[in-house]
Design a protein around this ligand. Structure first.
Ligand code: KG4
Length: 338
């Protein structure tokens, strides 16, 4: 018998619902919230309100696109955290209400597990998925982690950022350059036209497999401040080289530690995930690294790098197989590790 799961994601500023049948994707609907652009960042209260407006049409559309009836659902998986509490409450409450109405179990999903397990979303029966164990470099606006994934249920953080995440480094530096929020995709586009060797920014020296991006942000800020003092048009005249050099530095920092993790563990399958894994330079570098070292690399489709419910549904599917359901009284959580 095949298992059909509805996934619901509402941890930040995307309202998403997806249907999977035995890991094969039947639909994945995402309503992104444009309202935050004017504020240069996500405004939690506005995000919650937009989720309230979007959740019913988004779930209905996911069910319609999958060509199923809601009575065909075996379970409802929802992001329980981490994320913005008001946003999480919308998805969590909706999942609970629908589960009571349909008399199906609910499954709470850790958003970070979802990103890691996004590699198991099958577009069709022939999609190749990673073997266990694999090493996943999870890089988003809130996390930069090297994770050893031994099974869908067993994940170990080998290293993580001690301050800013890689996505924050992209966004904060982009903001200093006067680019819109979130700045990561703008840096990516500008970097394609620039000289990545033109500017040098400081790289952290911290032990083990941990990351730090706060020093890079300061180094970038000071470079701009000093150059603007000499030439007020410095940013405009050098924006592609600045973006390319910044992007290269972030990728260097990420890959230096990831390479050590690969060497130390001897694991031959690698993967990336999270919003920053949409970055073109990063994707190319990971593939080159894998080719050089004879590794198998899993680089997600761009639509699965951002917050999406397909990854929540897949993570829920694995928990369903273990009959790992949650009770209706579980609250969402804003912060949690893997
Ligand atoms: O995983 P995600 O969608 O959500 C949160 O962590 O909240 O990641 C968002 C992050 C942002 O920092 C954004 O700038 C970054 O992913 N990002 C990118 C690119 N696309 C999204 N960073 C660099 N290059 C990109 N193409």
């Amino acid at each position: 018998m095949s298992i059909t799961i509805l996934g619901i994601e509402s941890s930040c500023d995307d309202t998403s619902a997806a249907i999977i049948r035995d890991c094969v994707l039947a639909s994945n609907v995402i309503a992104s919230q444009k309202v935050h652009e004017a504020y240069g960042g996500v405004v939690p209260e506005l995000a919650s309100r937009a989720h309230q407006q979007n959740i019913v049409p988004v779930v209905s559309e996911a069910i319609r696109q999958a060509g199923i009836d809601k009575k065909d659902l075996n379970a409802i998986a929802f992001t329980r955290g981490p994320g913005l509490l008001g946003s999480l409450l919308v998805g969590t409450s909706f999942a609970k209400g629908l589960s009571i109405a349909l008399e199906v179990p609910i499954i709470d999903v850790n958003h970070l597990h979802g990103h890691v397990l996004s590699h198991f979303i099958k577009e069709d029966e022939n999609t190749v998925v990673p073997d266990f164990p694999f090493l996943c470099l999870l890089v988003s606006g809130g996390n930069s982690q090297i994770i050893k994934v031994s099974s869908p249920y067993q994940m170990e953080i080998l290293g993580q950022t001690i301050d800013d995440a890689a996505g924050e480094a992209f966004d904060k530096c982009a903001k200093v350059m006067g680019l819109p929020y979130p700045g990561g995709p703008y840096i990516d586009r500008l970097a394609a036209e620039g000289d990545a060797e033109r500017f040098k920014f400081s790289k952290p020296h911290i032990p083990k497999l941990d990351y730090s991006f706060s020093g890079l942000k300061t180094s970038f800020l000071y470079t701009l401040r000093d150059e603007i003092a000499k030439n007020p048009d410095f940013i405009e005249q050098n924006k592609t080289d600045l973006a390319a050099s910044l992007q290269k530095t972030i990728i260097d920092i990420l890959m230096d530690k990831f390479a050590i993790a690969v060497k130390e563990t001897g694991i031959k399958t690698i993967a990336i995930g999270g919003g920053v894994s949409a970055n073109s330079g990063f994707r190319n570098r990971v593939q080159e690294f894998a080719d050089e070292h004879g590794l198998k690399a899993f680089i997600p489709k761009r639509s699965f790098t951002t917050d999406n419910a397909a990854m929540v549904a897949v993570a829920g599917y694995f928990k369903y197989l273990n009959k790992d359901f949650c009770s209706l009284d579980l609250p969402p959580y804003a912060r949690v590790s893997l």
